[in-house]
Design a protein around this ligand. Structure first.
Ligand code: 4NP
Length: 155
């Protein structure tokens, strides 16, 4: 079982979108049994809140449903995750500081680091462009699966 934890700041837009997009991709590719996917925030500012309505609407336009309740990342998430995938470089800085053991640093990547154009996921909190976020996350998740395939982790 490969445990993947997606991370952003509030855990109401980018990382729950990534969790639900990734789970949908896994279902469609027959890979769901190989993975456990979750998401969380670097902040507790939105803890307890559901997926932000415009983010949920963007997912639904693409036929993706599902729910998530926001929460802040815990020490257990660092220990139990195989891959901790951050939406942007600011999240990465937080995760790098917070990774208590150096062994955890190797778990940290950005969602779009496995693509041909490593970059931050567009932050819809500021752009209001949830389709751009959807496109970035989808590209990132595809790149991540290709990376795992090349490493032989999907067998
Ligand atoms: P997220 O979006 O990190 O993608 O869930 C945000 C949610 C809340 C805030 C910023 C970004 N905020 O400043 O409260």
């Amino acid at each position: 079982m490969i445990k993947v934890t997606f991370v952003c700041l509030g855990n109401i837009c980018r990382s729950p979108m990534a969790e639900l997009i990734f789970k949908d991709m896994l279902e469609k590719e027959g890979l769901a049994d190989l993975f456990e996917a979750d998401s969380c925030g670097t902040s507790s500012c939105e803890a307890g809140n559901p997926v932000y309505a415009p983010a949920k609407a963007a997912l639904e336009r693409h036929g993706i449903s599902g729910t998530h309740i926001a929460r802040k990342i815990t020490d257990d998430d660092f220990a139990r995750s195989d891959y901790i995938l951050a939406a942007d470089s600011e999240n990465m800085s937080y995760l790098t500081r917070r990774a208590a053991e150096s062994g955890y640093l190797g778990k940290l990547h950005r969602i779009c680091d496995f693509t041909s154009r490593p970059r931050d996921v567009a932050d819809p909190w500021y752009t209001r462009d949830f389709e751009k976020t959807y496109a970035d996350v989808t590209d990132g998740c595809r790149g991540f699966l290709e990376y795992l395939e090349q490493r032989g982790e999907l067998r």
